[in-house]
Write a protein that binds this ligand. Structure first.
Ligand code: ZN
Length: 272
């Protein structure tokens, strides 16, 4: 369970407690929330509840309107990578960020991101943690990322080499005609780090905060899960829903429904 799903309802302690109570096996965490209780406390809190830390959010944004402060952004990203390793996460999300103010150069942004990722990869290797690339929906390109497809993420991983991997997020990639071959390609390279589950609602009223609960939208989640398993992935499912609607619900109801839907859709394989 990704903390963002219930970030409005729960601080770190309650989040961990409630996830354990609802039968989740692990949590994905956000640095800002962990910081509120302290890294050492969060780490033991999670361990005491028998949970593991899956994803750590996040290193970045690296670019965006404040790109003139690139060195600061890189230092901050290095710090987050260290913290991700410190809390024992499986992988750390690398978040590119959007365009520099006034820029219109997408290929330039891609090149810059690749170069920055290369530098951070060396740091992540030293810290002993994998760097996760997550392609976002193309409507977020320019605003939050320069990487809008699995193919782009796969190409970048080929270029960067060992120590990088891909997070497949249903909401971001479900529409892609190359979804299956690119999942297979990522699997063949043993680089699928996580599968984020949620759904695409019709209509989707907001690009960032109107994700659906699994089963409420139009994504063939079962089919996607089969492709991912078929590509050799043997990790957990991760529930990640940014939604004003679900943030307005009691947290325990959200956790309960999410678990129920996972059981229904993913054939009881709910190692989330
Ligand atoms: Zn995601």
């Amino acid at each position: 369970m990704n903390h963002a799903t219930v970030r409005v309802q729960y601080g770190m302690a309650q989040f961990v407690e409630q996830c354990a109570a609802h039968g989740y096996a692990g949590v994905s965490v956000w640095g800002a929330e962990v910081e509120k209780v302290g890294f050492a406390t969060a780490r033991s809190m999670i361990a005491d509840h028998g949970l593991f830390v899956f994803g750590y959010n996040r290193a970045g944004p690296l670019m965006g309107p404040d790109f003139h402060r690139k060195d600061e952004a890189m230092d901050a990203a290095r710090r987050e990578i260290d913290r991700a390793a410190e809390i024992g996460a499986d992988h750390v999300m690398l978040f590119p960020g959007g365009f520099v103010s006034g820029e219109k150069d997408l290929s330039g942004a891609r090149q810059r991101f690749a170069e920055m990722a290369k530098v951070l990869l060396d740091h992540a290797k030293t810290a002993g943690i994998r760097l996760a690339l997550e392609p976002l929906h193309p409507m977020l390109v320019g605003d939050r990322t320069c990487m809008g497809t699995l193919r782009h993420a796969n190409d970048l991983c080929d270029r960067l080499g060992e120590g990088t991997g891909i997070v497949v997020d249903a909401h971001h990639v479900w529409w892609d005609e190359a979804l299956e071959p690119e999942i297979a390609r990522a699997g063949a390279a043993d680089r699928i780090l996580a599968f984020h589950v949620n759904d695409w609602l019709l209509p989707t009223r907001h690009r960032l905060t109107d994700r659906g609960m699994m089963g409420d939208g139009i994504i063939d989640l079962k089919g996607m899960w089969r492709s991912i398993l078929g590509a050799g992935y043997d990790g957990p499912l991760e529930v990640e829903i940014f939604s004003e609607d679900w943030w307005a619900e009691p947290g325990d109801r959200v956790l309960e429904i999410a678990m129920q839907r996972c059981r229904e859709i993913f054939d009881g394989d709910t190692d989330a």
